[in-house]
Design a protein around this ligand. Sequence first.
Ligand SMILES: [Fe+2]
Ligand SMILES: [Fe+2]
Length: 237
Amino acid sequence: MTYPLGSNSLTSSYLDFNEMEAVMAGPIDAVVAIHNAFRQDMKLIDAAALDSARGKPGLEATVERFKFFNEVLEWHAHGEELAIFPALEACAPSVAEAYVKDHRALDAAFDSLNRAVSVRDALETARATKAFRFYLDVHLDKEDGHLYRLIKERVSVPDQGHAVGVMASTVPEDRFPELVAWMFPLMGHDDRENMTRIWQMVMPPEAFAGARQLVEEAIGDEWSELTRRIPELEGAH
Ligand SMILES: [Fe+2]
Ligand SMILES: [Fe+2]
């Protein structure tokens, strides 16, 4: 199959964000949606780590998900540093450097968690997920309420679209199916709708058909709610 989000797939002819402005979702809504998926997964991982430290069995797989979670977080942070932060620097100088420091702090939070899990220290693992979650939530709230607010206020919608397209290209093409299978079950209906509409806008039709299939597999019975919101999905095979 053709993987949908490789940089080669994102041609300017599919990046018509002037047109997008007229519909519900804007390009930054894709970032908000993945922020919400990060929040939700870290909440689940942290809760599992706490229960595990209290002696509840069978939660290892949920706690272990932090490894894939962090891979996605690294792609996301790399994409922000590559595309979003430079766009902001041009219209709001010296804001982004504080967010780069946050990213390095999140790297350190991951290292602590990874160490605790690798030596099977359940108490230290729960402390590390709590610290990771706390800092992640602060970072994401600052990005949503401050950094991306400035992007929306000061960067044109086509330039926002271009930056989000460059961000998307930081996902390795062969990992896209895993990304969809992880992300869509974690998102609420509004975020699923926004992300799907944005992909429909930025992907070539055959790539979007592949993505649509992956989304359907990822959300199972809840696919009907997505097709109720975006009826043309049923015809996008
Ligand atoms: Fe970030
Ligand atoms: Fe972010």
